[in-house]
Ligand binder design. Structure first.
Ligand SMILES: Nc1ncnc2c1ncn2[C@@H]1O[C@H](COP(=O)(O)OP(=O)(O)OP(=O)(O)O)[C@@H](O)[C@H]1O
Length: 621
């Protein structure tokens, strides 16, 4: 008989190809591979799925399924009673046979009796739980409780609690998106905490409750009085670029520093919950699988912006020292004595390549004078002041985030403006010139404006747009220039119209600007892609710039000295610290050839699909 029972179990369904057990085996194997790949949570899932109880449960389930299919009927309604009668009859036998004795032992076994009892319950369909009757004196205001069991793992529980100062009751304050509590779907903001692991929380401080949680191992049992159900709110996910640095551990206003999320200027954030006016929930991209964290909402930022944790707002008037700017400034007096137009000539004769004529086409925007006015000491140069421009973006000083969208260029749209910036001498002009030279049908620079007279051979609208001082000043006051400056009593500037001309022709316009002009180009129309050209290490600069020369003053190009490299490095560091939130891409100009390729790839990426700021751009030009 024993043999018969075992055989029965063996022939039960459950091991054929599509059975749940087989599927579970496959899933377990799959999860095991995920552990090898170090995927978060895979080990926990693996141990859960490999648990013997789950396997047994599935087998039972499969047996039940099989029986449902064959719908067996019970022979008797009271097999248990019958077995009792048989045993009673056997006990009255004076000399029972060995078979009768074995039968008696079997029927008497507890497991068998339990089996027969279960059989009778099923046969009589007597398996609904019998609930005790409700007491008559049930108080009207009795609240329903919910018992929530969470399995603690390495992740935080993902919920914060707060105390109602009036009643002393402890509530779930917020549930962090993607955290354990959120994924359980059983804890909601406003739920009143009654017990944690059997310990009543009445009269406790939130920190004491946290201590209970910290010391709990394995599963944590919460007893809560659920908050009245809240209507589900559908929220669009927003993507934001951080304009400031934020560290929750340095923010005294955050309700729970551990639930906060630190971010740095320029980081992309996925805002997953904006229901709270003060504290949003966000994830740091690209890790969208991580649990979200609390970040201050823009309105909270504004109200707290004077506090110490609100770091480094944008300062439009910051002076980033140009390479050898002091030298240029010092020589200015002597230089003024000489011919007012000597610069361009000197540059043309010394550096024919840079004059703009190249294999049958002309590249504008690399003239000596144009580059020189920028390099003069800021106190001397007549600087375009975008911070005073009503169209310039002050949003950075008031908003910690800017909304961004994934850019998908419509073929009918003009290309995006490509903006290069970097410390003087890092190689911005060299890179821009190379790009245009390599592919003049794709890339072009804007033709600058000047008030100086054209020289022989120069064509209006080719080297420069030659205009009168009056017209230049008219354009200036009407904010038509991205930047402008004075060099040797002549005005030079880059006008928006020149950029528009290039873009309207279908070419990619590449400009280089001083960092304080970033705000001027951040318009919805131009959709600028801002590339920061960063110097390599001092050691690499020395190695790669052995033959390089930079414009040290108005007459001479000189070789780099060690202190020049140090100045480049320092200027880059300051630029990055103050403007990195605006950089779409950072390229290290180490080996020229490689940098050109990186730049080309970055520009292609920008034109085909990359994030673009949206919300703030509307407020601009
Ligand atoms: N990666 C590089 N390797 C070697 N030489 C380089 C590299 N990048 C630039 N150079 C050289 O360094 C010198 C300075 O470069 P460039 O004139 O482009 O600097 P810049 O950043 O435009 O400076 P400025 O803004 O002051 O005009 C040039 O001689 C250029 O050829």
């Amino acid at each position: 008989m024993r043999q018969h029972v075992e055989t029965e179990l063996m022939t039960h369904p459950g091991l054929h190809e599509n059975s749940l057990t087989k599927i579970l085996e496959d899933v377990v194997e799959e999860v095991r591979l995920s552990i090898d790949k170090d995927i978060n949570g895979a080990d926990l899932l693996h141990s859960l799925l490999s648990a013997p109880w789950l396997n047994s449960l599935l087998r039972v389930y499969e047996c039940l399924l099989e029986y449902t299919r064959t719908s067996p009927r019970p022979c008797l309604l009271y097999a248990s009673t019958l077995s009792q009668e048989i045993m009673r009859d056997m006990r009255s036998l004076t000399a029972p046979s060995p078979e009768a004795q074995e039968l008696y032992m079997l029927l008497r076994a507890r497991h068998f009796q339990a089996l027969l009892s279960a059989h009778d319950s099923v046969a009589q369909k007597d398996y609904s739980p019998v609930l005790p009757p409700l007491p008559d004196d049930l108080p009207e205001d009795e609240e329903a409780m919910r018992i929530v069991c969470l399995v603690k793992n390495k992740q935080p529980l993902g919920a914060t609690i707060k105390k109602d100062e009036k009643t002393g009751e402890i509530f779930i304050a917020r549930v962090i998106h993607g955290g354990l509590a959120d994924r359980s779907g059983l804890l909601y903001p406003g739920d009143k905490l009654v017990e944690v692991n059997g310990e009543p929380v009445e009269g406790l401080e939130p920190v004491q409750v946290i201590q209970i949680l910290i010391h709990s191992q394995g599963t944590i049992l919460f007893k809560v009085i659920p908050n009245s159900p809240q209507p589900p709110t559908s929220q669009a996910t927003l993507y934001m670029r951080a304009m400031v640095d934020y560290n929750p551990l340095q923010d005294p206003s955050i309700p729970c520093p551990d639930a906060g999320m630190a971010f740095s200027k320029g980081d992309l954030l996925q805002i997953v919950d904006q229901r709270d006016v003060q504290w949003w929930q966000a994830r740091l991209l690209p890790n969208t699988t991580d649990c979200a964290g609390l970040v201050p909402s823009p309105s909270h930022f504004k109200s707290k912006k004077r506090e110490f944790w609100w770091s480094q707002s944008y300062q439009a008037h910051t002076c980033i020292k140009s390479l050898s700017a002091a030298d240029v400034g010092e020589e200015e007096g002597a230089f003024e004595e000489k011919s007012a137009d000597a610069d361009d000539e000197a540059f043309e004769t010394e550096e024919g390549e840079h004059s703009g004529h190249m294999e049958g086409f002309y590249i504008a925007g690399f003239r000596y004078s144009l580059r020189l006015w920028r390099r003069r000491a800021p106190r001397k140069r007549r600087q375009s002041c975008q911070s005073c421009n009503p169209n310039s973006c002050h949003s950075a000083s008031t908003s910690p985030y800017e909304e961004v969208l994934n850019y998908q260029r419509n073929r009918s749209e003009p290309p995006r403006l490509i903006v290069l910036l970097g410390p003087s001498g890092v190689g911005v002009n060299e890179l821009r010139r190379r790009l245009i030279k390599i592919n003049p049908n794709t890339f072009q620079g804007p033709i600058p404006y000047t008030t100086r007279l054209p020289r022989s051979g120069e064509v209006n609208g080719r080297e420069y747009h030659f205009i009168t001082k009056e017209l230049f000043e008219y354009l200036m006051v009407n904010h038509k220039f991205i930047e402008y400056g004075e060099h040797k009593r002549h005005l030079y500037g880059t006008c928006f119209d020149s950029i528009k001309d290039v873009l309207d022709s279908g070419k990619t316009c590449i400009i280089d600007i001083e960092p304080h002009c970033i705000h001027a180009v951040r318009t919805k129309k131009l959709k600028p892609y801002i590339i920061f050209v960063k110097p390599p290490s001092l050691e690499h600069m020395k190695l790669t710039r052995t033959d390089a020369k930079f414009i040290a003053n108005s007459y001479f190009k000189t070789s780099f000295r060690d202190e020049d490299f140090e100045k480049i490095e320092e200027a880059a560091r300051i630029m990055e610290a103050q403007y990195s939130q605006f950089f779409d891409c950072v390229i290290v100009n180490d080996r020229l050839q490689d940098t050109c390729m990186d730049l080309f790839a970055a520009i292609q990426h920008a034109q085909e699909g990359a994030t673009v700021d949206t919300s703030q751009l509307d407020q601009l030009r």
